[in-house]
Design a protein around this ligand. Structure first.
Ligand SMILES: Nc1ncnc2c1ncn2[C@@H]1O[C@H](COP(=O)(O)OP(=O)(O)OP(=O)(O)O)[C@@H](O)[C@H]1O
Length: 292
């Protein structure tokens, strides 16, 4: 089993302020989603609703087809792992891992194997862990929960690059093992792009885009080739980003070039590739866009 998620006309207010407004969103079962948004966009609020950490002000949040609020059988199969974990600082790492066994599908052997792989000292108290190791402990508990819906909310924070890479690979291996639903909320967009099937962008409390990664990347393009030729072809196009390495230049444009432009590019020795998710994300969520 793996869970679908449906939000129907969901609003979440903190006091008078809308953190989320009129959100309609469906996440299909068994896919890996990237949840992107600028600071304060509403990502954590959205994940908190799906995990039933919070109740919506209005609207319906369904997980596995059922309302998730106060639904213990469903909630026990949903894991939301937040930055730094929600741990008791005075517990040891081992005791913290063992606490995971309150979940019906928690795999203690796997958790201990991961702890060893990521060099977590079982005897240490949680308060003695570095920020990165604390994130690793959170990731280990999240993976070993073997939940039907697993959501990581910026859990990579503090992890160094090799550790993040090992975490993504482990996440993918666990996903290949049993195709559950995964949501990764992150600001390190290009780093996770290869692992995602669909992207959801939240902007100022609303869903700005929800696309599969290929469609999303196809919304723009990257032109790479001799600098002069790239400049000539890119003139008149909406350039989002550019990079130069010696005589070679690469520019990212916000729309797919038309057939005539593609032909000019090919004749000039320019390669056209998919757009970087991060460049597109920055462009779509620029202040001043989308009614801000
Ligand atoms: N407990 C709270 N009380 C009042 N306002 C809150 C609370 N939590 C979040 N907010 C507000 O709700 C909005 C959405 O916040 P949220 O934490 O969901 O954003 P986010 O996309 O996760 O941000 P970040 O990337 O910075 O973590 C923000 O305006 C934030 O200030």
């Amino acid at each position: 089993m793996s869970f679908t998620v449906n939000l129907r006309d969901v609003t979440l207010k903190y006091g008078d302020a809308d953190a989320l407004a009129d959100v309609d969103l469906t996440l299909e079962a068994g896919k890996i989603y990237g949840l992107l948004g600028r600071n304060g966009a509403g990502k954590t609020s959205l994940l908190s609703l799906i995990a039933a950490f919070r109740k919506p002000t209005s609207g319906a949040v369904l997980v596995g087809g059922e309302p998730v609020w106060e639904n213990a059988p469903i909630v026990s199969r949903v894991a939301l792992i937040r930055e730094g974990g929600d741990f008791d600082d005075s517990d040891t790492v081992k005791a913290t891992i063992e606490t995971g066994q309150i979940r019906p599908d928690f795999d203690l052997d796997y958790a201990l194997k991961l702890a060893d792989k990521f060099e977590l000292s079982l005897k240490k108290k949680v308060r003695e862990l570095s920020r990165g190791k604390r994130s690793v402990l959170a990731a280990v508990c999240g993976l070993a929960a073997r939940a039907e819906l697993t959501m990581f909310d910026e859990v990579h924070l503090g992890m160094d690059a090799p550790t993040r890479d090992a975490f993504y690979k482990e996440l993918l291996a666990e996903y290949m093992d049993r195709q559950h639903t995964v949501v990764l909320s992150t600001h390190l967009i290009d780093e996770v792009a290869n692992y995602l099937e669909e992207v959801v962008i939240v902007d100022r409390g609303r869903i700005l885009r929800h696309e599969d990664v290929e469609t999303f990347q196809g919304m723009g393009a990257t032109l790479t080739g001799p600098a002069d030729a790239v400049d000539a072809v890119a003139a008149g196009l909406d350039v989002l980003a550019e990079q130069r390495l010696g005589a070679t230049k690469s520019v990212t444009v916000s729309a797919r070039p038309d057939a005539a432009t593609r032909e000019r590019a090919a004749n000039a020795g320019i390669e056209i590739g998919p757009v970087g998710l991060q460049d597109l994300f920055i462009h779509l969520t620029e202040p001043g866009k989308n009614g801000a």
